[in-house]
Design a protein around this ligand. Sequence first.
Ligand code: CU
Length: 232
Amino acid sequence: MRKAFGAFLAIALVAGVAVVAQRPGPAGAQGGGTIEAAVTYAGAAVVEKLKVNKDTEKCGTEAAIEKVVVGSNKGLAYAVVSVAGAKGAPTAKKATLDQHGCKFVPHVVAMTPGEVEIKNSDDILHNIHTYSTANPSINKAQPKFKKVMTEKFEKPEIIKVTCDVHSWMLGWIAVMPHPFFGVTDASGLAKIENVPPGKYTVEAWHETLGKQTKEVEVKAGQTAKVAIEMKK
Ligand SMILES: [Cu+2]
């Protein structure tokens, strides 16, 4: 029995090494741990509403500017959680920011430096306008026939995105220096996988509430839970 298990282990190890050699994933992808962050905010949600009187067939008649979105158990949505100082290669997955219903979807998109696909699902004119310092600013019309524009952000930075046609449209592109990040869901949760073992400072950033940090230790094959409370 023990012998058979030993043989199995040897095969698994060889197979494992082969996988490492073939797939150039992020550094530390093998033997990494997971961070599960729960971001909360005890204060009230902040949603500004305004009447819409243009493109109402696509935009509706009322727009909501969601500045602070709080879900169940005080969970804060749209916070960017990242692991400061973690080293790893960028992910190949392409980031996408859609303009749908005259809203940016998702409201916050996080990506590693590189390309982002900006979509127009609305069949109306939008005009993307970014506010950045490290990257060149974009101020570009996207007519209804232009379904996708590919733009590049090469420097880490959090970029505010608006639309010059629809004043209420607001989104954020978080260009992160490493692939260890997540954006909190409606319950305030974000999961970051394949983090190389070690001690880190986890940072949560929110567009209205700023930054908070928390220390965490990541162990191989384990999930480290971290609770971060945002304050005004
Ligand atoms: Cu627009």
